[in-house]
Design a protein around this ligand. Structure first.
Ligand code: ATP
Ligand code: MG
Length: 327
């Protein structure tokens, strides 16, 4: 029997009064792609830091690549790679020099052949001697993944690998991630707050909210759990809640000020009734959410993933936004 690449039981992290990771159980089989999906502040990065030994575990246990993270952190570190969300490349160094630096950091001796192989795999061999400062965002991301793979890890952790990338580059990266998983047999643990990303890439997804796993399964499993559509409506003034609830096909009404979330049997049947019951002039925006990972999150929390986290609270995000703004 092969051991799980990642296993955690009741994993917990507290920062003073805050429980950032709250009794999380995880199992990722060898060779799997696992996605942790959740809003800002849900605890995604903290879980990666716990599993990679960068942050001390407050409670529970974790094993990664066959070793206990608390007891054998060095064994774990030798077998994992990490692609951080922030830029880690040195712009004034060439691609090759960045690989050299990584080899030094990892104390690798025979790394050149592997480095050439990775550059070829990521179609960067022609840019080997060019300074990374001249690379496009997609090329940088490829090189970051190459660095993480240099020491032949069994598991790689990717914290929001596509944050701040344009849709085309994001798709290119999805293909690379799937390829690395398939061709190198590496287990991939990634975090994201992009629904489509988790859906497209991951064999298993855990939805995290406020440090807790609120749903776990394959993307299809999760989607099939919600037998409803959601109508999200912004209005100019509060509506009569009782009237909304009374509409045929409406299963549940949730509200936050002038935003209403209606759980309905079928959107196309309920919309005409809604327009008949509510003055259309009151409606500023309607969004229809068919069963998706987003609707799973809405069903569980009453919020959308991108709305649940609140303000941009960390420097890394700020940095990614600056990069995106620069293009
Ligand atoms: N070093 C720290 N000290 C205190 N609180 C922290 C620390 N690191 C994280 N937190 C808090 O723990 C919670 C989880 O943070 P974490 O960075 O894991 O979230 P995240 O899901 O990665 O969010 P994002 O999508 O914004 O990256 C947040 O409330 C955050 O403010
Ligand atoms: Mg994070």
């Amino acid at each position: 029997m092969t051991e799980d690449a990642i296993w955690a039981s009741q994993l917990t992290k507290t920062y003073g009064p805050l429980t950032a990771v709250d009794h999380v159980d995880l199992r990722v089989p060898e060779g799997g792609i696992f996605g942790l999906l959740g809003p800002n502040g849900a605890g995604k990065t903290t879980i990666i830091k716990l599993l990679t030994g960068l942050s001390e575990i407050s409670g529970g246990e974790a094993r990664v690549a066959g070793f206990d993270v608390r007891r054998d952190p060095m064994e774990v570190k030798q077998r994992i790679g990490w692609v951080a969300a922030e830029v880690i490349l040195d712009d004034d160094f060439s691609a090759w020099e960045n690989l050299w630096l990584q080899a030094r950091l990892q104390r690798l001796t025979d790394w050149q052949e592997r480095a050439d192989e990775l550059l070829a795999y990521f179609s960067l061999e022609g840019r080997k001697k060019d300074k990374v400062g001249t690379f496009s965002t997609g090329m940088r991301k490829k090189l970051e993944i190459a660095l993480a793979l240099l020491h032949k890890p069994k598991v790689i952790f990717m914290d929001e690998p596509t944050i701040g990338l344009d849709p085309g580059t994001r798709r290119m990266l999805w293909e690379l991630i799937t390829g690395v998983n398939r061709e190198y047999g590496i287990t991939i643990f990634l975090t994201s707050h992009y629904i489509e990303e988790a859906d497209a890439l991951c064999h298993q997804v855990a939805i995290l909210n406020r440090g807790r796993i609120v749903a776990l399964g394959t993307p299809n499993d999760l989607k099939s759990r919600v037998h409803a559509d959601f109508l999200e409506i912004d209005t100019r003034e509060p509506l009569d809640e009782a009237r909304l609830k009374a509409l045929a096909g409406v299963q549940q009404v949730r509200t936050q000020g002038t935003t209403w979330i209606l759980k309905v049997s079928a959107a196309e049947e309920v919309l005409p009734r809604l327009f008949a019951a509510v003055d259309p002039g009151q409606i500023r925006r309607i969004n229809v959410e068919k069963p998706s990972l987003e609707s799973v999150f809405i069903d569980l929390t009453g919020q959308r993933i991108d709305e649940a986290g609140g303000e941009v609270h960390d420097f890394r995000k700020f940095y990614a936004n600056v990069r995106r703004a620069r293009g």
